[in-house]
Design a protein around this ligand. Sequence first.
Ligand code: 9WN
Length: 481
Amino acid sequence: MRASGPQSASGPRENVGSGPVVYDPSGSAGSLHARAAGVLADNWTGTSTVPSRGLYPHQWSWDSAFIAIGLRHLSPLRAQTELETLLGAQWADGRIPHIVFNPSVPLDAYFPSPDFWRSSAAGRAAGAPRTVQTSGIVQPPVHSLAAWLVHRSDPGLSRARGFLTRAYPRLAAWHRYLLHRRDLGGGGLASVVHPWEQGMDNSPVWDAPLSRIAPAPAHSFRRADLDHGTPEDRPTALDYGRYVRLAADYRDGGYADGAGAFAVEDPAFNALLIASEHALARIARELGATGTARHARAERLTAALMDRLWDPAKGMFLCRDVREGALVPERSVSGLVPLLLPALPRQIAAALVRTLRGPHFGLGGATRLVPSYDLLGEAFDRHRYWRGPAWFNTGWLVERGLGAHGEQATADALREALVVTADTTDFAEYVDPYTGEGCGALGFGWTAALTLDLLHDRPGHGVSPMGIDTFDKRDKGGDRR
Ligand code: 9WN
């Protein structure tokens, strides 16, 4: 496997989709289910789950949401706790930070560390918490969706603990922050102000908007990721210099929104916000309110997504560079993720499926997984982080989306490939999209969690037209109250 560090991947694998994966609900020793549960147990700190013990030893925001979605099958209580720990670090302005730091981890274990972000001092005006150190940027809003799915896995426990009653105001404030403070383009969509916010750090999509940023000098910081990762798989030094400059400028401006040189509307980030807004409507209803306004808002956001980010010629969604006022002409998996929205017009969903199967993403042809970037793109690199490799969280989102639009055979084949690849790579962080060779960290949190979710899902179930049923097939017949 290519991955380096204490837990790394071994030599090339050609066995993606090579054999049936048997769902073993007993979780007997050695089964895939039991090994996935073992990864989540190893990565559990007592209050949350680290993505990777070596490379990422703190709590990450969207990782935790995906992890909670898998954990609910093992322990609804741990899944609730995972989300509650994250929500406990929310800032008064509503933002959920992308990292919640574990104070017992040495400062040099991960960069940028708490002394870089200085959240409680630099974030004071934005209402950063005093008692816990966090980063000051955000990650994609998967949390309301996760909270609803976690609730559904054990409604009795959830109600007894007041899980949704406590989570709802925080989730509502989080969406409010994104919809108001982050509507930097003025068209209704949320913008990200740093590539780390969108979660696909070094995607070629960022190359043009990042090229305007003067990199911080290399001697002004020390990367910790290179202690664990193969350098040619990780973002370049130039990219890192720019990440650091952007984050430092944001910090030095007191984490106020609106002034930064980097602002991008991203399709996956906004599609997840839409799915989460539908989930929040369900949560409101469960708590005795009506969800009507939230469903309506989600529909308005869906219209804005199509209006601002759809590219009919490319047959997929693109990012909008808000500072340039133009779409970024690069194809990344982010532009396929909106397939998870069941309310997309039929012709848009059909075009997305064609693009997914076509030469740029090759699903079912050149590859059985979903590459993170255009197979034919000039910047394509099958091993370098988000510039080509296939990731499990985006694969899971696309698999759900295919099912939501009646593409069950393609969804089942992708599901099978994801599960087999998780198995053969020991839950690698990401893989070569052609060979399934594992890269990055092993025993990666969301890979294990989403494998569990796929193992618990039964293929062949239909979905209703509302957003959430894409993710929980039992959650049928959602009305519009
Ligand atoms: C920066 C934790 C995170 C993921 C991101 C992934 C990577 C961090 C890094 O790891 O980003 O947030 O240091 O590269 O790109 O999606 O949430 O797993």
